[in-house]
Ligand binder design. Structure first.
Ligand SMILES: [Mg+2]
Length: 189
């Protein structure tokens, strides 16, 4: 059986875009997460995980985030990782807003149903890596574990206090460092 690393994009492998719109819609705003190439590269090369990206992109295809703008930047991001041997087997993008309450939007798991009850995958030994508690909730909904990148850039600071306790058991590691994530996963393998 294969273990999967579900990986968020913004705030996890690239820095979260800044105010006012918090939308990564210019190349000036594109900044990769510190040491992500080095350590996600080691994970991809040396450890036995399949990499799957799962990202919420609110309003993709609207004026806030035009389709062409999104894909220009997204393809550049993916190419930069690919050049370092970091290849995602699948990329799942949800373009709805929180208020739409779509089952495809994280923490919903409707985009990744192919991995559920699939004898090829061991979800209990798989992880979701993300910077929001919704990423951890996604892990919980999948029966996987969460790696919580708790950088203060995440907008959900208040959310943390209220939801934190019920998700505590799902959080296998809390860190701001990809080096630590690599060391943690290496021990699992
Ligand atoms: Mg994020």
């Amino acid at each position: 059986m294969k273990n999967i690393l579900f990986i968020d994009r913004d705030g996890t492998i690239v820095k979260e875009a800044k105010a006012p719109d918090y939308v990564l819609d210019t190349f000036e705003e594109l900044e990769f997460y510190p040491e992500v190439f080095r350590y996600l590269g080691k994970i991809a090369r040396n450890l036995n995980y399949e990499l799957v990206m799962v990202t919420n992109q609110d309003g993709l295809g609207t004026k806030t985030l035009p389709t062409e703008t999104f894909w220009n930047i997204h393809n550049k991001i993916m190419k930069a990782f690919e050049n370092e041997g970091i290849v995602f087997t699948k990329v799942f993008i949800d373009d709805s807003y929180p208020e739409d309450k779509k089952p495809t939007r994280k923490p919903g798991i409707a985009m990744v149903t192919e991995y559920i009850d699939n004898p090829k995958y061991d979800l209990a030994n798989s992880f979701m890596i993300g910077d929001r508690l919704t990423d951890i909730e996604f892990a919980k909904n999948l029966g996987a574990k969460g790696i919580f990148i708790n950088n203060d850039e995440a907008l959900g600071a208040t959310e943390i206090n209220s939801k934190r306790e019920e998700l505590d058991q799902t959080i296998a590691l809390q860190t701001t460092s990809w080096k630590e994530i690599y060391r943690f996963l290496k021990k699992q393998n």
